[in-house]
Structures are given as C-alpha cells and as structure tokens.
Design a protein around this ligand. Structure first.
Ligand code: ADP
Ligand code: MG
Length: 281
C-alpha cells in the first residue's frame, strides 16, 4: 500500500496576474485541497470559469500556487529540478488537439517529445508503436495529422502524452470540440486506459453525462470545491445539480425514470441510443 497520494493539493490559492493595474483580479482558486490516488478515475466538474483548468495546470507545474502547495509523488511542484519528471508523470490533454500536434506525420508527432529527450532510436520506436496501439490509430501512422478527423487528432494528442509513460492523464475539456460519437469514444478510451494500464485519469468537464462512470467526482464553483461525491450519489440529488447550475442530461433523466418504474437500465447507458439498446436487450 502506497501512502503517498499521486497528487496532493494542499490549500492552494491562486490569482492570475492583473491584466489592468487598476483592477484587482479575483482568485481563480481559493484554498483548494484535493488528493488524487494512483489508479483513480476522478471527474472534475463545474461551470465555465469555476477554476477547473487552473486546478489542472497546478497538477503538473504549469502554474505554481500563490499559497499552499501541490505535491506530485510527494515532490513539491515548486522544485524546479523535478519539473520535467512531474510533467512526464502528469500529462494534460487540452480542448483543441491541434495545439498539441507538432509534426507533419502522425508517428513523428508521437515520437517528438521522445526525440527531444534524446532517447535511443529503438526505445522511441517501441514506445510510439505502443502508444499508437493504445489509442487505436496505428493504421494512421504515416498520415499527416491534418487528414485525421477531430476524434483521431485527439487520440493522437493522447498518444503523444502516453509515449512519455505518464502515471496520470488530465483531460481538460478534451471532448468539447468533438461530435457526440467521437466524444463518447474518447471517454471510453480514457476508461480503458484507466482499467487496462492502471493510468490515473482526471477528467475535467462541464458535461455531466461524461462522468457517470467516474469513481469519484468533485464540483468546483468560483474557485472552490463545493462538493465531492460519487456519480450515483450525485445523480440521486437533482435539486443539488440544479443549484450548482449543472443540468441533468436528458438521457440520464430518462434512464432514472425507467429505473424508478422498475426497468433495469445499466448505469453506463448515458445516451438515448444506449438506453434504446438496453430496452431492446
Ligand atoms: N490566463 C488567464 N488570465 C487571467 N485570468 C484567467 C486566465 N485563465 C483563467 N482566468 C480566470 O480564472 C478563473 C478560472 O478560470 P478557469 O480555470 O479557466 O475555469 P474553467 O476551466 O473552469 O472554465 C476565471 O475567472 C477566468 O476568467
Ligand atoms: Mg477550462
């Protein structure tokens, strides 16, 4: 049993530098504490501007706290000498994959960070291969990224992070530019990486329907953690969701009504299609 959490956020407060001297910025994070254990699938929910991305960026030293501290594997993110190791342990996937794609050929893109680090050729080849397979785009290896669909480009961005052999992947609104089908596929991929590779996943989103299968979820509001729960406990409190400005997605509401009426609908059925399949099966 490892007693050191993977990520340990201790009472972190952070305010972005003021853009105008005359205006005082409000803190984006206010005394936020959170422990993320190895192997967990944690969802971070909250409306736009609630501080989710700011929190995500603190988890791999892209931002450093004004007060409080963040430990990754017990190491303070302020320690400059550990920054590279921390960024390899905790990778972030952003909303727009195009901001993370660098090379003009898929496999070179996955290899890029490894090449920069000067890893041996064979190691690079092996890791690129594994990363492409893990996200199921090995058949696209010689394609230019711009020929890939949005969902495939987001997979490519994930492969680039996987090639660094992280312990944790933070997906920060990583599905928000995708169509509903690609969105579901990326969510399914994150769950598979969690299950099969034991990767810790922090899934940041404002979409409740994406987090039904998370192990744990936390909700942010105005820079504070206002609720920690499990999906099923939270979905059982619709008033709470409404109060937090998070609407229950229609399919979930439908599934809940069916369950109340005695029709067993699996928790994973979070789309109308999936519910129809449950009913048919
Ligand atoms: N680069 C930035 N400079 C100044 N303020 C920012 C910056 N990024 C975010 N903020 C502010 O910090 C707060 C939290 O933003 P953010 O962490 O991006 O929230 P979320 O990801 O939940 O939408 C918001 O009030 C936002 O306006
Ligand atoms: Mg954000």
């Amino acid at each position: 049993m490892n007693s050191v959490p993977l990520i340990d956020i201790q009472s972190v407060t952070y305010t972005y530098p003021a853009r105008h001297k005359s205006r005082l910025e409000k803190p984006a994070l206010r005394a936020v504490s959170l422990r993320v254990e190895q192997g967990e699938y944690l969802a971070v929910l909250g409306k736009n501007g609630s501080g989710k991305s700011t929190l995500a960026r603190h988890c791999n030293a892209l931002l450093l706290p004004d007060s409080g501290r963040v430990l990754v594997n017990g190491i303070d993110t302020r320690e400059a000498s550990s920054r590279r190791a921390i960024r390899e342990s905790v990778g972030i996937i952003f909303q727009n994959p195009d901001n993370q794609i660098i090379a003009t050929v898929v496999e070179d893109d996955v290899a890029w960070a490894l090449t920069v680090r000067g890893l041996p050729r064979d190691t690079i080849r092996e890791r690129v291969e594994q990363a492409l397979r893990a996200v199921s785009i090995e058949h696209l290896r010689r394609q230019p990224p711009h020929k890939l669909s949005g969902g495939q480009r987001q997979r490519l961005a994930i492969a680039g992070v996987l090639a660094l052999r992280p312990q944790c992947i933070i997906a920060d609104e990583a599905t928000s530019m995708l169509d509903p089908l690609s969105r579901q596929e990326i969510v399914a991929l994150l769950h598979r990486l969690n299950r099969e590779l034991g990767l810790t996943i922090i899934h940041v989103t404002h979409l409740l329907e994406e987090v039904v299968s998370a192990h744990r979820l936390m909700i942010m509001q105005q820079g504070e953690v206002v609720l920690e729960s499990t999906p099923s406990d939270l979905f059982a409190q619709p008033e709470r969701l409404h109060a937090l400005g998070l609407a229950i997605p229609e399919p979930l509401e439908l599934a809940e009504r069916l369950r109340t009426a005695g029709v067993p609908i699996a928790r994973e059925a979070i789309t109308i299609e999936a519910i129809v399949q449950e009913l048919a099966g």
